[in-house]
Design a protein around this ligand. Sequence first.
Ligand code: TYD
Length: 235
Amino acid sequence: MKEITQELLNSFRAPAFPGSFFLSFEGIEGAGKSTQILKLQKYLEDKNFRVLILREPGGTQFGEKMRQAILETKNEITPLAEAYLFASSRAQLLSEVVLKELAVPNTVVICDRYIDSSLVYQGHSRGLGVAEVLNIHNTFPLNLVPHLTFYLRIDAETSEKRQKIRNAPKDYFEAKGIEFYKKLVVGYDLMAELFPNRILKLNADVTMDAMTMTITEAVNKLINQNKNSDLEEDI
Ligand code: TYD
């Protein structure tokens, strides 16, 4: 199995577009990502940002086809095949949408799932290896990571209960059961340790409003830091 070296980690960077930000939300099914994303969108639009919400896999015509192909498959596919499918949808999304949108000043792109989903689902839980998945992404533009990632943490049992209430047909990953979900939680916790500056881990034992507040505070801090560094460059 490949190793996660500092050199490998250093090749991942947030895109540098003045005044624009790239954010992502992560967590297992039922963590409440969609609700928090919509609240953040409203908050940022009230601050006069252009906000674009994208989902992975998907977000482009090609990506949506890929999404269908993988989530609706009834056959087991290998973790390596999964990793490349998600990475190809991501590469297309970056080139076709994310980079172009971020080039417009005052834009925030929010991704519902991004690279950490691949690191956790394919790398950790499906056993491909986190280093292997990082290596697959070690080429521009796949080596671009968000400025900030919000990891909404719930446990596997809570996820299972919420999936039962929703009662929707199970997709490829949902059908894998509770043991798989337990591994996902461990995987996400590991990613929060591996990327402590980028990933903000939020425990779901607080109210929705308290969580929204923590998220908006973190985004504000990011925006202000960026303003200050612009000022430093001007001096
Ligand atoms: P989706 O319905 O979008 O999940 P959710 O509603 O929980 O966000 O389905 C996407 C599924 O694909 C989800 O189970 C996570 C998985 N996935 C990966 O395994 N790797 C990836 O890189 C991505 C983006 C998603």
